[in-house]
Ligand binder design. Structure first.
Ligand code: ADP
Ligand code: ADP
Ligand code: ZN
Ligand code: ZN
Length: 955
């Protein structure tokens, strides 16, 4: 066998070129030594559960993190969770590590594709420096105002108006601002407004430098009268000089002042604030703008964010569709659903608020609402300027003032996070949206798909000084947009919020920003970046990883994709088996070295001596037995009608973003579940669903954990543990002691160790540190009381059984057919190495998924189930995929239907029927391009999948 090592040169030179790992023992790793070449593209592969993640993430990344935190000051360190040292003797030569995994949602809904790639920062700069400013009132481009125009506008205010002229020096910035105060003093002014409060210069308190402050010098206070014009003109000039072209005015209208005085109230809060600028102002609307800065376009800053939704783009509000589910009803017939079942008096009051308006338009309480004109209906909901409140505001009012918790909860059910009415989802203030480049504002630009945004930016032309400003910004934007295309995300819009991305998309966004950041001398660790990617886009992904590596960084990728393995500079195969059968380095070296290694299963697949066979025969589809969804139009779908042949294995293929999940998961599956009486989110728009009469159940099988608590494990999930407990209850000892089956459960009191409530572990709360779990000192981690443990079946206690591997247990219980069947099913999906009692929280996604499949196999079913799997090959080695396909075929053999959304070619070639979507992602997709057997689809000229399918079918 060839265990190639990096070419040895002198020791120190070699040390500089490799990451040296000695004695790694995390999880199942068997004390392994490994030298990983630095600054190369390295792929770690191996069967599911072999220990790849334990090596890449739990050893390398964990140590990288720890070394980084160690390097911080003690002060910084006390705020960070102390990280445990991974179980390894030595790691040398490790660069700072950056992990690009697939967990979206961590950043919250404020982050978009544009912000998380820094593209938005460059766009903000571009718009601030070069945008054409338009008035948000009338849309006219804004011209500068001269000092004379400002002075004229002020002197046109009513006689007797009190005016205060301000020179803004600091607008909402952190700091103590001693220089600003000094400047005012030097200018000979004596009053100042600090954070809205008028003060004597001498009595200003010390400002908290960590807070934002606004400081304006008060240049003059004037009452408008005959003869003050020249003083006003002078003061305007002066204020503009100190305010560098911007002037603040604060005035009190004499009639307003008089009204307040008559009522004996203070005039506080009645002053009008205005900003004038010699820089930007609209000649039509008398609107003046503050200076446009990059932060004007930031929805994460109060200077840019829409004040109504605070930059989220959505707002919790009453959902019209939930409030009024049936518009053919009238007010008396109960059109307003949240008012159903209310007491008469309260109801009458609410109704009368609407009646006035209804009567004014000649309608009454018996008028069905769908007979109103669109405009009147809108007014009925939103209210009008004449004082009519409108239904939605009426509900808001009730919601805001509800004191009864039950009523509030009830109303809650009619609310949802809907597009903000003020900014229409753009998240920005109108001022920001009024700035345009080549006709588009920043929101319109970020609403473009990445490919289109790039074309738009590439076409921009600037001249003179502007060109000089624009050039570096545009170059950076084009490059970063290019990286996103390179990782196959052309079809996403820049404004897409990152928490709606799939795990694979999110990871590739971060990969693109990693390339864009240009960091050198670091080590990136990635987890299956090919997830969700069509083979067509694989080359681009590999090119992107290459680009990253060429920035003098190490790129370590955990990956099963064959193309990626062949492209690696260095390939590490962990195995040979999973769990306790794995944890060693089976082969390493160039892909050719690994392919030549006899012991490596990966090598055999690479060399082609082992492969997944193409099914000899494909199941025939029956035109009479089709599940049909008609007229699907959600997201990018173009009025799609799809036929799923029942009792076959169907693969849904197509490039990323082509509409597979929208059609199959979010439309078809949700609609089907609801038709069968189950609970599912509202199916997306479609006309009809037919042909579901013979289906009993829909089961989605994903990679989520089999249980949230550490109490679930393979034995409990599949149901084998119930049977095993019965075996123990049947033993002579148990019968003598009167122990029933429940005695052998760790979930209920009776037989379990009460010190740890059957968990075997105890949680120790550590101040400032993460909770620590230690073995329970009463039961020693065995989870049961000594009396329970004393009961033995063939010399083993119930705890011994939980510690057995599934393989061992299959032999041990061979004479108990029910248990044997469950365990066989687990072994048949390749999980024989797991222990029966392994806690669900330590299982990988692929392991959880296969436990679910095994459970389905063990079920005695009617053969009328539809299984839906979204990229089930995630995390699976080719040899695991072979097992998975075996299970799926078995399910179909029993008459069930299996639908898989997949990019993996081995799965595609094994399907009976393929539905290929596309041709492209996003707006260029959303159609069914080809349907048929794999052989038929392979011949389709329009399909992006055909070429790849053809090559695997001819192997
Ligand atoms: P791979 O990444 O190759 O699929 P892992 O490194 O995730 O494999 O897992 C290797 C083995 O270690 C598996 O048997 C897995 O069940 C086990 N394992 C993983 N995480 C934990 C953990 N936190 N505690 C105990 N065992 C674990
Ligand atoms: P696939 O499953 O083939 O990768 P999807 O069905 O996820 O494709 O996406 C189809 C199109 O719909 C893409 O343009 C995608 O960006 C868009 N899309 C999907 N989910 C959302 C969402 N939650 N919000 C906005 N657009 C979405
Ligand atoms: Zn808003
Ligand atoms: Zn205990």
């Amino acid at each position: 066998m060839s265990l190639a090592m990096p070419q040895p040169t002198s020791r120190s030179e070699q040390a500089a070129r490799v990451i040296r790992i000695r004695g790694a023992r995390t999880h199942n790793l068997k004390n392994i030594d490994l030298d990983i070449p630095r600054d190369q593209l390295v792929v770690i592969t191996g069967k599911s559960g072999s220990g790849k993640s334990s090596l890449a993430f739990d050893t390398l990344f964990a140590e990288g993190q720890r070394q980084y935190i160690e390097s911080l000051s003690t002060y910084a360190r006390q705020f960070l969770n102390q990280l445990e040292r991974p179980d390894v003797d030595l790691i040398e030569g490790l660069q700072p590590t950056i992990c690009i995994d697939q967990r979206p949602g961590v950043q919250g809904s404020r982050s978009t594709v544009a912000t998380s790639t820094e593209i938005y920062d460059f766009l903000r700069l571009l718009y601030a420096r070069l945008g054409e400013i338009c008035c948000h009132g009338c849309g006219q481009p804004i011209r500068q105002q001269s000092a004379e125009q400002i002075e004229q506008s002020l002197s046109s205010l009513a006689e007797g108006t009190r005016l205060m002229l301000l020179a803004p020096l600091v607008r909402g910035r952190k700091g103590a601002h001693a220089e600003a105060i000094q400047k005012i003093r030097a200018a000979g002014l004596v009053r100042v407004r600090v954070d809205g409060q008028v003060l004597d210069l001498e009595s200003i308190p010390a400002l908290d430098p960590r807070k934002n402050h606004t400081i304006e010098a008060i240049v003059d206070r004037i009452i408008l009268r005959e003869g003050v014009r020249s003083r006003l003109a002078e003061s305007v000039q002066l204020a503009l000089r100190h305010g560098e072209g911007v002037l603040g005015v604060c005035y009190l209208d004499p009639t307003v002042q008089k009204d307040a005085q008559d009522r004996g109230e203070s005039t506080e809060g009645l002053w009008t604030e205005r900003i004038y600028s010699t820089l930007y102002a609209c000649p039509n609307c008398d609107v003046s703008l503050e200076e446009i800065e990059p932060r004007t376009f930031s929805f994460n800053s109060p200077y840019g964010a829409c004040p109504t939704c605070e930059g989220l783009g959505t707002r919790p509000q009453f959902d019209r569709e939930l409030v009024l589910p049936d518009l053919s009803l009238s007010l008396t017939a109960g059109v307003v659903k949240p008012w159903k079942g209310m007491k008469n008096a309260a109801l009458a009051k609410l109704r009368s608020a609407l009646m006035k308006y209804l009567e004014s338009i000649g309608a009454d309480a018996a008028t069905p609402w769908n007979s109103l004109t669109e405009k009147r209906f809108a007014t009925l909901l939103q209210g009008d300027e004449k004082g009519f409140i409108g239904l939605l505001n009426l509900l808001e009012q009730e919601y805001a003032t509800a004191t009864d918790a039950a009523r509030k909860e009830e109303l809650e059910r009619y609310r949802g996070n809907l597009v903000c009415p003020a900014c229409d989802g753009s998240r920005l203030r109108p001022e920001a949206l009024a700035v345009r480049i080549a006709g588009k504002n920043i929101h319109e630009l970020t609403s473009l798909a990445i490919a289109d945004a790039r074309t738009f930016i590439e076409k921009l032309k600037f001249f003179g000084d502007d060109e000089e400003v624009a050039e570096p910004i545009l170059a950076d934007l084009v490059a970063r947009l290019g990286f996103l295309s390179q990782v196959g995300l052309d079809y996403l819009t820049l404004a897409r919020s990152t928490d709606t991305l799939s795990g694979g998309e999110f990871q590739r966004v971060r990969l693109a920003s990693g390339i864009g950041s240009g960091l050198t001398g670091v080590c990136y660790i990635l987890d299956e970046p090919s997830i969700g990617l069509h083979p067509r886009d694989n080359d681009r992904l590999i090119a992107a990883l290459r680009k990253l590596q060429q920035q003098r960084t190490s790129v370590i990728v955990v990956e099963h994709d064959e193309t990626m393995m062949r492209e690696a500079d260095w390939l590490i195969d962990i195995g040979p088996g999973a769990g306790s059968h794995g944890g060693t380095v089976v082969a390493q070296g160039t892909p050719a070295d690994v392919a030549a290694c006899e012991e490596s299963i990966t090598g055999k697949y690479l060399a082609g001596t082992k492969k997944i066979e193409i099914p000899k025969e494909r199941r025939k589809t029956n035109k009479q037995r089709m599940l049909t969804v008609e007229g699907a139009t959600a997201n990018n779908l173009k009025n799609v009608t799809a036929h799923i042949p029942l009792a076959t294995l169907v693969a849904i293929t197509g490039v990323s973003g082509s509409g597979k999940s929208t059609l199959i998961t979010e439309t078809l599956a949700h609609a089907l579940i609801r038709k069968l009486g189950g609970i599912a989110p509202r199916p997306l728009d479609h006309q009809s669903l037919n042909g579901f009469e013979t289906i009993d159940r829909v089961i989605g099988i994903d990679q989520s954990p089999i249980g949230r608590s550490p109490r679930s494990n393979p034995a409990t999930y599949i149901g084998a543990f119930d049977e095993i407990r019965k075996v123990y209850a049947q033993t002579k000892e148990a019968r003598q002691l009167g122990f029933k089956a429940s005695r052998f459960s760790f979930n209920v009191t009776g037989g379990r160790c009460e010190h740890c409530q059957g968990q075997g572990l105890k949680r120790i709360e550590m101040n400032f540190l993460p909770d620590l779990f230690v073995e329970c000192d009463h039961c020693g981690g065995k989870r049961f009381s000594p009396q329970t443990l004393a009961v033995k079946f063939r010399d083993k206690s119930i705890a011994d059984v939980l510690a057995m591997s599934i393989e061992e247990a299959t032999d041990f219980f061979s004479s108990f057919s029910a248990i044997h069947r469950y365990l066989e099913c687990l072994s048949s999906v390749g999980l024989g190495y797991l222990s029966l009692g392994q806690s669900s929280t330590t299982l990988s996604g692929g392991e959880s998924q296969r436990i679910k499949l095994a459970t389905e196999l063990a079920r005695v079913d009617s053969g009328n189930t539809l299984y839906l799997l979204d990229e089930p090959t995630t995390g699976l080695h080719t040899d695991d995929i072979r097992l998975l396909l075996g299970v799926l075929q078995k399910l179909v053999d029993r008459g069930n239907t299996v639908v898989v959304i997949e990019h993996n070619l081995d799965v595609m070639k094994s399907a009976d029927w393929i539905i290929d979507m596309g041709p492209e992602g996003g707006a260029g997709g959303g159609q069914i391009v080809a349907t048929g057997t794999p052989e038929e689809v392979a011949e389709n000229k329009l399909s992006n999948t055909a070429k790849f399918l053809k090559s695997v079918l001819s192997r």
